[in-house]
Write a protein that binds this ligand. Structure first.
Ligand code: PLP
Length: 384
């Protein structure tokens, strides 16, 4: 069988591989993928049922039902001080599809995309699908804030997009106002698009979440968000992008051919979620705050590892370099010996082979059990 050259530019996702491997063990504590175990709120589920029972079972307009686009634009305006309306919104199959159509609409062969490490690997993969080149900036401070000068140095005449993701998967870091302002200034100076992935905006702990939308030229901003994380709705597959109308028009052309529209009952569920966004996301945030506190307490007892408590997201990114093991060897051994599944840091950039990522998307007892086993594994390495 002969497959396309596009199919060969990326391999299978390492995170998904580990997730599947974890399933082969009976007594596993699975910290792999970012999929909250919390059920979607019953009222949100009911909104989808009601929609289906009252005939909303056909295609919608490509960019989504008008009420949802209206509610999304209103929410962004209230929280980011923007001036969007429904025509600035495309509702998609999760933020994943929003990113995909936006890269597809903007990238030409040879264009360069600046990605700040550590990073969600799909930014790099999608860039490659469309003939672009991802330029990974992996010079960063202790806190995981990328180095501004390194970002400037990475810019060439071919640079078209800079991708930012805050709160960050996998580091849990939240970019500060000063950093965001500098990125906005760089984008303006060089005429770059900013792809701003804010999927974890509702999952912040003690720090405020600042959005780059406050600082940048909105014509060049493409803002991505998702219902998956804030409302525990990963399986509903609804996300969106917000952008200038010309970007939207071109993204819709791609979206029409890939998906036609997002699932319509799911859009009604999303409408309920975003209409009462603060109340619904509060429940999810409070649950993860408790889990984060337990995780940090348990991890703090373990010698020979280093980590910064996450300021946002439900991930902890842990430096295991003192073990002398690369992240894949460490991960496979941990799974085999203790039945604890994590993601190797190499999945988030070559510079992170001394790290692992844990998604604490499980109850507190399971977290304690998993971290106890993890600690036992670390201790064994240093005893031998
Ligand atoms: N962006 C980031 C940084 C993510 O971590 C994820 C999912 O893990 C997504 C986007 C995609 O989310 P979804 O497609 O479920 O909306």
């Amino acid at each position: 069988m002969e497959f396309s050259s596009t199919s060969k530019v990326v391999g299978p996702l390492l995170a998904r591989q580990l997730y599947m491997m974890a399933k082969e063990y009976d007594n596993v504590v699975d910290f792999t993928i970012g999929d909250p175990d919390i059920p979607t709120d019953a009222v949100i589920c009911q909104a989808a049922c009601d929609a289906a029972m009252t005939g909303h079972t056909r295609y919608s307009a490509n960019a989504g039902i008008p009420e949802l686009k209206e509610a999304i634009s209103k929410r962004i305006n209230e929280t980011r001080g923007t001036n969007y309306n429904a025509n600035n919104i495309v509702t998609t199959i999760g933020a994943t599809e929003a990113l995909f159509v936006a890269f597809m609409a903007l990238l030409n062969k040879g264009d360069e995309v600046i990605v700040l490490a550590p990073y969600w690997i799909q930014y790099e993969n999608m860039t490659k699908f469309f003939g672009g080149k991802a330029i990974i900036v992996d010079k960063f401070k202790e806190s995981f804030e990328p180095d501004i000068q390194a970002i400037r140095d990475a810019i060439t005449p071919k640079t078209k997009i800079i991708v930012i993701n805050s709160p960050n998967n996998p580091s849990g870091y939240i970019y500060g106002d000063g950093f965001l302002k500098e990125i906005a200034d760089i984008a303006k100076e060089f005429g770059l698009f900013i792809f701003d992935d804010e999927c974890y905006d509702a999952l912040t702990y003690d720090k405020e979440f600042p959005s780059i939308a406050k600082y940048c030229d909105k014509d060049y901003l493409v803002l991505f968000n998702s219902f998956s994380k804030a409302f525990a709705m990963t399986g509903w597959r609804v996300g969106y992008l917000a952008a200038h109308e010309d970007v939207v028009a071109n993204a819709i052309k791609m979206h029409q051919n890939i998906a036609i529209c997002a699932s319509v009952p799911s859009q009604y569920a999303a409408l309920e979620a975003i209409t009462h966004a603060d109340a619904y996301s509060k429940r999810v945030r409070e649950t993860f705050t408790r889990r984060k506190n337990v995780l940090v307490e348990e991890l703090s007892k373990i010698p020979h590892i280093r980590f910064t408590p996450p300021a946002g997201t439900f991930y902890a990114f842990i430096d295991i370099s003192e073990t002398g093991m690369d992240s894949k060897t460490f991960t496979f051994a941990l799974l085999k010996e203790e039945q604890v599944a994590v993601i190797p840091g190499i999945a988030y950039g070559d510079a992170f082979d001394g790290y692992i990522r844990l998604a604490f998307t499980m109850n507190e007892n399971k977290i304690v059990e998993g971290i106890t086993r993890f600690g036992r594994f670390i201790n064994r390495i240093f005893e031998s």
